[in-house]
Design a protein around this ligand. Sequence first.
Ligand code: ZN
Ligand code: ZN
Length: 77
Amino acid sequence: MEPPDTGCQTCGDEPEWIECWQCFGYGDFDLYEEDPLLYAPGQTAACDECNGEGGWLICRNCERNAPQHTAPHGDKG
Ligand SMILES: [Zn+2]
Ligand SMILES: [Zn+2]
């Protein structure tokens, strides 16, 4: 079953799926993989960067005018 409308809400162009840079598109983290001493096997946490979605739909047309959801160019604090 396909979504009824996948076009950009602003310009109607077809948006592009951008995979979350923090969770690599999984939408959540495997905490046990991160630190087996602190977390139980199978314990996960939703990615706070993409709210568990695993990524974003970004329109190339509007991308230059919209906030970037891609990896930060340089985290200097
Ligand atoms: Zn657009
Ligand atoms: Zn994420």
